[in-house]
Design a protein around this ligand. Structure first.
Ligand code: HEC
Length: 276
């Protein structure tokens, strides 16, 4: 609660009630309703921290208006007083100027509201990001076609068939990773490399179960080879800083770094789908 605005509102209300009690100011029931309405409006708008959204204030003020109207109907005298105040305002020549101001002011306020609603500066549309767009069926890597559906990591089978040979590929992958990828994807592969904070989206966190653990190795091959520039249209707007490594790494180096990424994070690639 913001004490200062609330205290001011309470003081103003007390002042009004004292003035009318001592008959210095003669306020009819309509004037009191307007004063209460404004007091509640200012209390809701400036007295609450964090501020309420305008739509909520609008809702509360609608209820307050209903409550004040209900209050008015509880007394026939008040109803009569309100009615004669309105009639008086409209037909008494004393109020000609305020009446004209109200009649011009109301349409001007609503016209201004419509105008300001329609001239809001345009906002970019909300765009959701497709983090893992479907891959193309095949890619061309240095003139060779790689079938992303049928092909497999050629060194994967060594893990069971020839562990010593497999270890060499893991080591080569380690070298590739720490020479090229660590700056962005981080030394523990959590996507927090020293450059990472300069990018949006930040580099992928390979420890997160929603990245490499749910992807096939050919998918990774595609993403590493073609990088951010190779993302399909549905993945945009998506200015991923991931470089296209086909310009710098050999096919074997890419398969090796993929193996290393799974070994290092203790994860298994997603199995190939059985199409037959
Ligand atoms: C310049 C920074 C940078 C470097 C260097 C970099 N990456 Fe990336 N990488 C990114 C960004 C950014 C993304 C996209 C992040 C996202 O998917 O939210 C990404 C995404 C990926 C993805 C896709 C992950 C997924 O879940 O779809 C793979 C795989 C990947 N990188 C592997 C590598 C490998 C391997 C290397 C080293 C050869 C490397 N990256 C080097 C920035 C980099």
């Amino acid at each position: 609660m913001n004490i200062v605005p609330v205290a001011i509102i309470v003081l103003v209300m007390v002042a009004f009630s004292q003035l009318s009690k001592r008959n210095i100011l003669r306020l009819n029931v309509v004037a009191w309703m307007v004063i209460w309405w404004l007091a509640i409006y200012f209390a809701l708008s400036y007295g609450i921290n964090p501020p309420l959204p305008a739509s909520i204030i609008g809702m509360f003020m609608f209820i307050v208006s209903l409550a004040l109207a209900a209050y008015l109907t509880t007394s026939t005298d008040d109803m009569e007083a309100a009615k004669s105040a309105f009639v008086n305002f409209i037909i008494n020549p004393r109020y000609a100027l305020p009446l004209i101001l109200v009649m011009i002011g109301l349409p001007v306020v609503s016209a201004y509201n419509v105008y300001s609603d329609m001239t809001q500066p345009p906002q970019p549309p909300l765009s959701t990001r497709t983090i893992h767009p479907p891959p193309p069926p095949s890619i061309t890597f240095k003139g060779k076609t790689i079938d992303l559906i049928e092909d497999e990591n050629p060194y994967r089978a060594l893990k069971t068939d020839n562990p010593a040979e497999f270890a060499k590929h893991v080591e080569n992958g380690r070298r590739v990773y720490f020479q090229n990828c660590v700056y962005c994807h981080g030394d523990n592969m959590a996507g927090r490399g020293i450059f990472a904070h300069g990018f949006d989206p930040i580099p992928a966190n390979f420890r997160d179960p929603t990245t490499i653990a749910m992807l096939q190795e050919t998918y990774l091959f595609w993403r590493i080879a073609k990088g951010g520039p190779g993302l399909p249209a549905e993945a945009t707007p998506w200015l991923s800083a991931m470089p296209a490594w086909e310009k710098f790494l050999s096919e074997e180096e890419i398969w090796d770094v993929i193996i290393f990424m799974y070994e290092f994070t203790n994860q298994e690639p997603r199995a190939k789908e059985e199409l037959h």
